[in-house]
Every structure is written in C-alpha cells, then in structure tokens.
Design a protein around this ligand. Sequence first.
Ligand code: HEC
Ligand code: HEC
Ligand code: HEC
Ligand code: HEC
Ligand code: HEC
Ligand code: HEC
Ligand code: HEC
Ligand code: HEC
Ligand code: HEC
Ligand code: HEC
Ligand code: HEC
Ligand code: HEC
Length: 302
Amino acid sequence: MKSVKKVAIVFSVIAFVALLLVAVGCDKAAVPTPAGTEEAAATDIAKGKGLYDIQPQPLHSVAQCAQCHIGVFDRIKDAGGKHQIECVSCHTEFHVFNPKKRPYQTAIPKCETCHGVFHGEGTKQTPLVDCASCHTDPHAPLIIPGAALSNNACMSCHTKETKQITDNVSRHTTEVSCSDCHHVKHGYIPKCNECHESHSPGYEMDDAACMSCHPVHMPAKITYSKKETPNLICAGCHDKAYGLLQNNITKHTDVKCSDCHSAHKRIPLCSECHGMPHSNRMMQDTTKCGDCHSIAHNLPVS
Ligand code: HEC
Ligand code: HEC
Ligand code: HEC
Ligand code: HEC
Ligand code: HEC
Ligand code: HEC
Ligand code: HEC
Ligand code: HEC
Ligand code: HEC
Ligand code: HEC
Ligand code: HEC
Ligand code: HEC
C-alpha cells in the first residue's frame, strides 16, 4: 500500500512537471516576438545572456512620457512657456497615486519646491499663496481664467491701474470690477461695445477714439483735442446746438465746437478770439456782445 502511494505521488509530480513544461513551451510560442529582438535574444543566449539579463532604466525623458500622455505633452508644447522642462523635474514621483494608500494631493508636485517667493510678499498686500486658484493648469501656467482673479488680486501686481481707477471715481470704479472687463482670461482687453452703444452713431469710432476722450480707467475725466474733434461726436448729444450752427451759415459755422468749447461744458468769452472789436462809443450802451449778435451758434446774418 505504502509503495503504491509513493509511486502514485511520484507519477503525479512527473505529470505535473511535464504539463508545466508543455504549458511554458506553448506560452513562449504564443507570445509574438518583435522581429530583430528574437535574433538579438538568440545572440545574447549564444553569448550566455538571457532575455532578462538587463538593468531596466526608469522612465525619464519627455519623449517616453509623451508616448502615453500625449494630451499633457501637447498642452505643454503649446502653452507650457517656461515649464517646457523635463516632466520628471516636477514629477520626481509618478504612478504612485492610489486612492487608498496615497492621496492625489501628496502625489503631485509642489510649486514651492522650485518657487520660493509669493506674489505680494514683502509688500503691504496679502501674499497670493494658493497658486492653483489662478494658475489652474501647471502644464499651461500663464493661461489664467479671468474669473479666477478678484480686484484685490489685481492690485498686488497692477498698482498703477488700480490707483488710477480708485483715485478717479467713475462708474467704472463703482459699477464694474476689473475682471468684469478683463474677463475670459488674464490680459484680455475688452471692447467698449461689449457694454456700450455709441452715443454718437453719426460718426464712426473705434475703441481708441472712445478712449481719446475717456481714458478707460478714469472715463469721467473727459479730455479732447481742441482742433481735431469732429462736431458730429458732440452732435450725438447736442443736436440743437449742432443744428443752429449748421443751418445759419456764418463765419462761426466753420469753427469747430471743440475750438470754442476747449473743455467739456466750458463756455468761452468772445474776447478770447476777438479781443475788443468795436469802439467804446459803439459799446457805450452795453457790455454784452449778445445784445447785438444774439448767440454764438446763431449770429444774425448781416
Ligand atoms: C512645472 C511642473 C510640471 C511639469 C513640467 C509637468 N507636470 Fe504634470 N503635473 C504637475 C502638477 C502640479 C500636476 C497636478 C495638477 C492637478 O491636478 O492639480 C500635474 C499633473 C499631471 C498629470 C495628472 C493630471 C492630468 O493633467 O492628467 C499627468 C498625467 C501629468 N501631470 C503628466 C505630465 C507629463 C507627461 C509631463 C511632461 C510631458 C508633465 N506632467 C510635466 C506639474 C508638472
Ligand atoms: C506606458 C504608458 C505610460 C507611460 C510611458 C507613462 N505613463 Fe503616466 N500614467 C499612465 C497611466 C495609464 C496613468 C493612469 C491614468 C491617467 O491618469 O492618465 C498614468 C498616470 C500618471 C500620473 C497621475 C497619477 C500618478 O500616480 O502620479 C502622472 C503624474 C504620470 N502618469 C506621469 C508620468 C510621467 C512623468 C511619465 C514619464 C516619466 C509617465 N507618466 C509615463 C501611463 C503611462
Ligand atoms: C521643478 C521645478 C518647478 C516646479 C515644481 C514648478 N515650477 Fe514653475 N517654473 C519653473 C521654472 C524653472 C520656471 C522658469 C524660471 C522662472 O520664471 O522662475 C518656471 C516658471 C513658472 C511660471 C512662468 C511661466 C512663463 O512661461 O513665464 C509660472 C506661472 C509658474 N512657473 C508657476 C508654477 C506653479 C503654479 C507651480 C505649481 C503648480 C510651479 N510653477 C511648479 C520650475 C518649476
Ligand atoms: C490671484 C492669482 C494668482 C495667484 C494666487 C498666484 N499667481 Fe502667479 N501669477 C499670476 C498672474 C496674473 C501672473 C502674470 C501672468 C503673466 O505674466 O501674464 C503670474 C505670474 C507668475 C509667475 C511668472 C512671473 C513672476 O512673477 O515670476 C510665476 C513664477 C508665478 N506666477 C508663480 C506663482 C506661484 C508659485 C504661486 C503660488 C505660491 C502663484 N503664482 C500664485 C496670478 C497668480
Ligand atoms: C501676479 C501678478 C499679477 C496679477 C495678480 C495680475 N496680473 Fe495682470 N499682468 C501681470 C504681468 C506680469 C503682466 C505683463 C505680461 C506681459 O507683458 O505679457 C500682466 C498683464 C496684464 C494686462 C495687459 C495685457 C496686455 O496685452 O498688455 C492686463 C489687461 C492685465 N494684466 C489685467 C489684470 C487684471 C484685470 C488682473 C486681476 C483680475 C490681473 N491682471 C492680475 C501680472 C499680474
Ligand atoms: C470698463 C472696463 C475696464 C475696467 C473696469 C478695468 N479695465 Fe483695465 N483696461 C481696459 C481696457 C479697454 C484696456 C486697454 C487700454 C488701452 O488700450 O489703452 C485696459 C488695460 C489694462 C491694463 C494694461 C495697461 C497697459 O498699459 O497695457 C492693465 C494692467 C489693466 N487694464 C488692469 C486693470 C485693473 C487692475 C483694473 C481694476 C482695478 C482694471 N484694469 C479695470 C478696460 C477695463
Ligand atoms: C464690462 C462692461 C463694460 C465695458 C467693457 C466698458 N464699460 Fe463703460 N461702463 C460700464 C458700466 C456698467 C457703466 C455704468 C453704467 C452706464 O453708464 O452705462 C459704464 C460707464 C461708462 C462711462 C460713464 C462714466 C461715468 O462715471 O460717468 C463712460 C464714459 C464709459 N463707460 C466709457 C467706456 C469706454 C470708452 C469703454 C471702452 C474702452 C468702456 N466704457 C467699456 C461697463 C463697461
Ligand atoms: C469727443 C469726446 C468723446 C468721444 C470720442 C466719446 N465720448 Fe463718450 N462722452 C463724451 C462726453 C462729453 C460725455 C458726456 C459726459 C457728461 O455727461 O458729463 C460722454 C459720455 C459717455 C458715456 C456716459 C453715458 C452717456 O451716454 O451719457 C458713455 C458710456 C460714453 N460716453 C461712452 C463712449 C464710447 C463707448 C465712445 C466710443 C464709441 C465714446 N464715449 C466716445 C465725450 C466723448
Ligand atoms: C454723451 C453725451 C454728450 C456728448 C457726446 C457731449 N456732451 Fe456736452 N453735455 C452733455 C451733458 C449731459 C451736459 C450737461 C447738460 C446740462 O447741464 O444741462 C453737457 C454740457 C455741455 C456744455 C455746457 C452747457 C451749459 O448749459 O452750460 C457744453 C458747452 C457742451 N456740453 C459742449 C459739448 C461739446 C463741444 C461736445 C463735443 C466735443 C459735447 N458737449 C459732447 C452731454 C454730452
Ligand atoms: C474760438 C474763437 C472764437 C470765439 C470764442 C468767438 N468767435 Fe466769433 N469768430 C471766430 C472766427 C475764427 C471768426 C471768423 C473770422 C474771420 O473769418 O475773419 C469769427 C467771426 C465772428 C463774427 C463775424 C460773423 C460773420 O459771419 O461775418 C462775429 C459777429 C463774431 N464772430 C462774434 C462772436 C461773438 C459775439 C462771440 C462770443 C459770443 C464770438 N464771436 C466768439 C472765432 C471765435
Ligand atoms: C451795439 C451792437 C453791437 C455790440 C454790442 C457788439 N457788436 Fe459786433 N458788430 C456789430 C455790428 C453792427 C457789426 C458790423 C456788422 C457787419 O458789418 O456786417 C459787428 C461786427 C462784428 C464782428 C465782425 C467784424 C468784421 O470785421 O467782420 C465781430 C467779430 C464782432 N462784431 C464781435 C463783437 C464782439 C466780440 C462783441 C462784444 C465784445 C460785439 N461784437 C458787440 C454790432 C455790435
Ligand atoms: C464760435 C464759438 C462756438 C462754437 C463754434 C460753438 N459754440 Fe457752443 N457756445 C458758445 C458760446 C459763446 C456759448 C454761450 C451762449 C452764447 O452766448 O452764445 C455756447 C453755448 C453752448 C451750449 C449751451 C447752450 C445751448 O445751446 O444748449 C452748448 C450745449 C454748446 N454751446 C454746444 C456746442 C456744440 C455742440 C457746438 C458744435 C456743434 C458748439 N457749441 C459750437 C460758443 C461756441
């Protein structure tokens, strides 16, 4: 009985080993080997080296990472700017994220590793510490959504514009925020007609023309050129004055509105241009030019 058992055990072991050999053989045949590799392997084996007699190197180059992460690669290529460095300079660790053992936040690179100074540090402003709130994609670090930035944030870098807008209170100070205008993304310049229609549709104006009167960060501080401002712009709001001047042809018809009204709302003195044109005798009954000449927009035609 004992020896029968022994024989049976020996037999099954032999059978198992044989099966195993067959299985391994089959497996080998089933794995397609790339052309060339087989030859190289054969040579290696001839030299006494096995397929596994190598020292695998860890992934390290951009080209290797890009083979799988083509999306990230494209992003950095298009918009990475100065982050066009080796992936592993930042990702000193990768493929370590594990929802149970290794939380995502500890598996990703930290900005502080390379960037020591916060914006606003050493100034009166609150330092901007939450990098990712603005630089939302480290693979495209300068694409910053406009909505990510609050007025306070702008202030820590753009003191000149912030001072301009707060020192010259207008409805652009009280009714719109920096990022209402500079929306879409950081650096975006808005068009006036996103929010306004022209008050003077009789005269075509681009944004530069609007801003020649209304510096955008202090739009209520209106200034314009004395000689070159077209009357049609004023006509948009002062059609009565424009009409009078246009319909009563006098030598004032060719004088620009802006030449007489050199600043908005300013009323000129006749003497600024005419001095004292009449003798004292002629003027003895009045000091008012208008008593004889009506108004500047409508000089009686002689
Ligand atoms: C300047 C540092 C930096 C460089 C360079 C960089 N990364 Fe990243 N990467 C990060 C940070 C930070 C995150 C985490 C972003 C998050 O999810 O908040 C990240 C996330 C990732 C992720 C996971 C999230 C996603 O966007 O898919 C992948 C994958 C990745 N990086 C691959 C790469 C590859 C590949 C390269 C090179 C081609 C690269 N990174 C270069 C900093 C970097
Ligand atoms: C053979 C394909 C492959 C290669 C090569 C590869 N990755 Fe990945 N990687 C993946 C897959 C799959 C995931 C998981 C799914 C995902 O997040 O896209 C991943 C996830 C990541 C993540 C996020 C999760 C984590 O654990 O960190 C980062 C970061 C990352 N890879 C960086 C790299 C870097 C850096 C390189 C080059 C040094 C690289 N990968 C090369 C396939 C690859
Ligand atoms: C491995 C080092 C490294 C890490 C980590 C890193 N950066 Fe950078 N970053 C650089 C280098 C190098 C530059 C270029 C030199 C400079 O401007 O200081 C740079 C430049 C930048 C720029 C300017 C890009 C340009 O094109 O002008 C921004 C913005 C930036 N980094 C943000 C971040 C943020 C946000 C993080 C964290 C998500 C981060 N960086 C993580 C190395 C790094
Ligand atoms: C409130 C938004 C905001 C936060 C928070 C923020 N940044 Fe920036 N950062 C910007 C803007 C806007 C720029 C200018 C981009 C440009 O030049 O077009 C910038 C530029 C940079 C630059 C390139 C120019 C420079 O000043 O050197 C680096 C580097 C940078 N940031 C790193 C960081 C790091 C690191 C953090 C976190 C500690 C951070 N930023 C937090 C908005 C922010
Ligand atoms: C961290 C500093 C930083 C913060 C915060 C910041 N900016 Fe900037 N901004 C810059 C730098 C640096 C430039 C110059 C970039 C250049 O010359 O390409 C710039 C450029 C601009 C430009 C001009 C783009 C051009 O074409 O000339 C506008 C507009 C602008 N920022 C608006 C804003 C607004 C609005 C905010 C807040 C919502 C803001 N920025 C927040 C640093 C900052
Ligand atoms: C009503 C819309 C509006 C508001 C509000 C506004 N801006 Fe602007 N900003 C503009 C326009 C339009 C320009 C382009 C000016 C030009 O071309 O001369 C500009 C230009 C800029 C520039 C670039 C200046 C230059 O010389 O290139 C910066 C920086 C800027 N704004 C920051 C700010 C900040 C900071 C705030 C908030 C304190 C703000 N802006 C509020 C419309 C606005
Ligand atoms: C994001 C919207 C927006 C943009 C873009 C914008 N504005 Fe305004 N602006 C307003 C609002 C809102 C007011 C206040 C209500 C009103 O007067 O219509 C205003 C008011 C004004 C005023 C009156 C200021 C005062 O206090 O009396 C002027 C002038 C003006 N805008 C000029 C401009 C010019 C010029 C541009 C282009 C360079 C421009 N705005 C771009 C929203 C905007
Ligand atoms: C020749 C100078 C001049 C030009 C150019 C000009 N404006 Fe005006 N704008 C004015 C004057 C003057 C006022 C009236 C201010 C007041 O009520 O005290 C005004 C008022 C405004 C107001 C306040 C609301 C209103 O309608 O009364 C807005 C908004 C405005 N302008 C936008 C614009 C826009 C947008 C452009 C370009 C399409 C533009 N302006 C071009 C001179 C100009
Ligand atoms: C957007 C409309 C608008 C435009 C454009 C405009 N004005 Fe006016 N203007 C006004 C308003 C509003 C007043 C104040 C009216 C009042 O107080 O009864 C005013 C007042 C004046 C006054 C003073 C009136 C008085 O009774 O004292 C003069 C002068 C004047 N504007 C000239 C001009 C000239 C010149 C231009 C073109 C360069 C111009 N305006 C463009 C809206 C405008
Ligand atoms: C900005 C300068 C300026 C101001 C201010 C001005 N004028 Fe004139 N005026 C002129 C010019 C230029 C002429 C044409 C002179 C010429 O052709 O010899 C003129 C011509 C006249 C003429 C001759 C009209 C004709 O058709 O023969 C009269 C009258 C006159 N002005 C009266 C006035 C009165 C009254 C005032 C004040 C209410 C006044 N002017 C304010 C510049 C001005
Ligand atoms: C008592 C009435 C009267 C008063 C007041 C008066 N003018 Fe005259 N003005 C005239 C008459 C009349 C003429 C000549 C009309 C003509 O020749 O067609 C004239 C002509 C002019 C001319 C045109 C002169 C030329 O050589 O073509 C100017 C300019 C003028 N006046 C400006 C003024 C100014 C400025 C005042 C105020 C300081 C003023 N006038 C006050 C009656 C008056
Ligand atoms: C020759 C100088 C002169 C010219 C040109 C002129 N004005 Fe006047 N304007 C005046 C004087 C002076 C007054 C004050 C009333 C008077 O005594 O004639 C005035 C008054 C006004 C007033 C307030 C009274 C009213 O009529 O509502 C407005 C608005 C005005 N001008 C707008 C304009 C506009 C718009 C133009 C161009 C279409 C213009 N002016 C051209 C000299 C001028």
